[in-house]
Write a protein that binds this ligand. Structure first.
Ligand SMILES: [Zn+2]
Length: 136
């Protein structure tokens, strides 16, 4: 297993009123030249956690930090009008917390943060992940 000390959260930047399936995600990432979806995990609006890329494979999700990180993306992140917003459903919040707890057990030294905390010039994941999960 590669060395992991960073867990980064993303949103799919799709509207909360719109479905964005794992197949669409995979297709869009392939169109950008990736071999498969860039994230390790994808969390649907109903809370379903989908493994997109095995953990031992380096994800492609945040420039300069891929090698030592895990990428998790939730479906949503934009309100109905297309503005950045924390659109996580109860199911997504629950699944995120469970997944992060398990990953912290496996990789205890990991920092949990959002894409935007690593210098991204966008709102992703549209909530303060570092603060929210500081206690995990
Ligand atoms: Zn992101």
């Amino acid at each position: 297993m590669r060395k992991i000390n960073l867990i980064v959260l993303h949103c799919s930047a799709t509207r909360e009123t719109q479905d964005y399936t794992p197949e669409q995600l995979e297709r869009d990432h392939k169109a950008r030249g990736f071999v498969r979806a860039g994230y390790n995990y994808y969390i649907r609006r109903n809370g379903q956690i989908i493994s997109m890329r095995p953990l031992e494979q380096v994800p492609a999700h945040v420039k300069g930090y891929n090698r030592n990180s895990i990428g998790i993306c939730y479906e949503g992140g934009l309100d109905a009008a297309g503005n950045p917003e924390d659109t996580r459903t109860d199911g997504q919040r629950e699944s995120l917390k469970i997944l992060l707890k398990l990953l912290k057990i496996r990789f205890p030294m990991s920092r949990i943060c959002g894409h935007r905390d690593l210098g991204a010039r966008k709102a992703c994941p549209c909530f303060n992940a570092e603060e929210e999960y500081a206690g995990l």
